[in-house]
Design a protein around this ligand. Structure first.
Ligand code: HEM
Length: 119
């Protein structure tokens, strides 16, 4: 649940792009072949508004090009903290500044400083 929440609020892949390979009808729009579509700011009006019966939660993409590493990434995201938490407790450092930043993928601009204490 936590990982899903994080991936919906801070999806590492912020922008997905697609190109029409033939004339395509998208609701009231008729797009000729070769139009590039960008799908950014997926939660600009909030998660609830974005997901109203629509496919709005897609941190790993969707359709034929969906991320091949999705299951691996989710498993790793659970296993790594689980192994750390066997030996350490951790809390967020007061030095942490919340500044999501995009350099290809979304990431913390000044790092994510944690204080670890050995159990
Ligand atoms: C949190 C981690 C990850 C996120 C958020 C993520 C997200 C994405 C997204 C958004 C796409 C584009 C899907 C599209 O164009 O519709 C993608 C594609 C892809 N990802 Fe990931 N990914 C992650 C980890 C991984 C890992 C660990 C691997 C490999 C072990 C991987 C392998 C791939 C591959 C091969 C594609 C291209 C699939 C295709 O074009 O057919 N990803 N990923």
């Amino acid at each position: 649940m936590i990982l899903n929440e994080v991936l919906s609020l801070y999806p590492p892949g912020l922008v997905l792009s697609r190109m029409t390979n033939k004339e395509t009808k998208l609701r009231e729009l008729i797009l000729p072949a070769g139009v590039q579509l960008l799908l950014p700011a997926r939660f600009s009006e909030g998660v609830l508004k974005a997901t109203k019966g629509q496919l709005a939660y897609f941190p790993f993409g969707w359709g034929p090009w969906i991320c091949l590493g999705q299951n691996f990434a989710m498993l790793e995201a659970k296993m790594a903290p689980a192994m750390i938490l066997l030996h350490f407790s951790l809390e967020l450092s007061p030095l942490y500044a919340h500044a999501p930043h995009t350099i290809i993928a979304l990431q913390p601009q000044y790092g994510a400083q944690l204080i670890l204490r050995k159990l």
